[in-house]
Design a binder for this molecule. Structure first.
Ligand code: C2E
Ligand code: MG
Ligand code: MG
Ligand code: MG
Length: 270
């Protein structure tokens, strides 16, 4: 009985959120935050990952980990994704004029966006529209994208590479993390998930695996980013293992646009 009750509640909540997502799109209510990434081997700013944020007057902050999957299922992710792309490129171009920063802006892309036929065109158009150097754009993709129709996804990824944008494989270490993905996909960067590096300082086998993974990625001419680094111990360890880049609360939390601009202005990034 309880089970049915909870299931109903779940579905109800889902429907409420789905409706609120549609309203939020209409009201232009989403906001982008930016989390710095550091090239900690060279001790310099690498760029930002753009992360969507949603504050609802009734519900408060709603995590993208909750609403993005709902938007993916309802199809609203297409519109949200295009808004994210334009908003982030507009901001990055604006910063470039103001601060002349070097670096990359990383944008999360859902499977549903990537499999839409005109995604490559959209990226092409946005790059021209906002006058961004394509090499400064990095698209973050998770392996869930490759479950269906691998061939056509690979061809889309190759078209994106031809435009000149970079590709990174997000959340490596959470799903299948198959070595096949590393072999077959034209990725530039591999993001090692937080869950993967959480216990590297305590678990020797995990540390060895991470060390070997970083070496393997380097042999494939890709670079690594460690995600979700929270402690000095993890930071030191990853540096020692020659991980290329770091992103996490230890070096900087996601921040609103104004705060991110201050960081660029003051060049206080190492
Ligand atoms: P992700 O792409 O793997 O993003 C990294 C997540 O880890 C972010 O959560 C970030 O705030 C969090 N994080 C970073 N450093 C730390 C740390 O040191 N400790 C902890 N505990 N967390 C850390 P966030 O912003 O809640 O986003 C969750 C997920 O939602 C993202 O995971 C991504 O899959 C999705 N997402 C966020 N923004 C977008 C977007 O614009 N478009 C799409 N399609 N998905 C998005
Ligand atoms: Mg990401
Ligand atoms: Mg991730
Ligand atoms: Mg994720």
């Amino acid at each position: 009985m309880m089970f049915h009750h909870d299931m109903c509640k779940d579905m109800q909540n889902r429907m409420i959120l789905e409706q609120k997502i549609v309203e939020c799109i209409k009201n232009n209510g989403f906001e982008m935050y930016y989390q710095p990434q550091y090239d900690f081997y060279q001790n310099q700013f690498r760029g930002f990952e753009a992360l969507i944020r949603w504050y609802d007057a009734e519900l408060g902050w709603i995590s993208p980990a909750i609403f993005i999957p709902i938007a993916e299922e309802s199809g609203d992710i297409i519109e949200i994704g295009e808004w994210v792309l334009r908003e982030v490129c507009n901001t990055w171009a604006k910063w470039k004029k103001m601060f002349g920063q070097d670096g990359v802006i990383s944008i999360n892309v859902s499977a549903a966006q990537l499999t839409k036929t005109n995604f490559v065109e959209l990226i092409d158009r946005v790059i021209v529209e906002y006058k961004i150097n394509p090499s400064e754009i990095e698209l973050e993709i998770t392996e869930s994208v490759f479950i269906n129709d691998t061939d056509s996804i690979i061809s889309t990824l190759n078209s994106l590479k031809n435009i000149g944008v970079s590709l990174s494989l997000d959340d490596f270490g959470t799903g299948y993390s198959s070595l096949t993905y590393l072999k077959d996909l034209p990725m530039d960067t591999l993001k090692i998930d937080k869950s993967f590096i959480n216990d590297i300082t305590e678990n020797n086998r995990q540390a060895e695996i991470t060390d070997a993974l970083i070496e393997l990625v380097h042999k494939l001419n890709m670079e690594t980013i460690a995600e979700g680094v929270e402690t000095k111990e993890q930071y030191d360890f990853l540096r020692y293992m020659k991980c290329d880049n770091i992103q996490g609360f230890y070096t900087g939390k996601p921040m609103d646009e104004q705060t991110a601009a201050q960081l660029l202005e003051q060049k206080c990034y190492a």
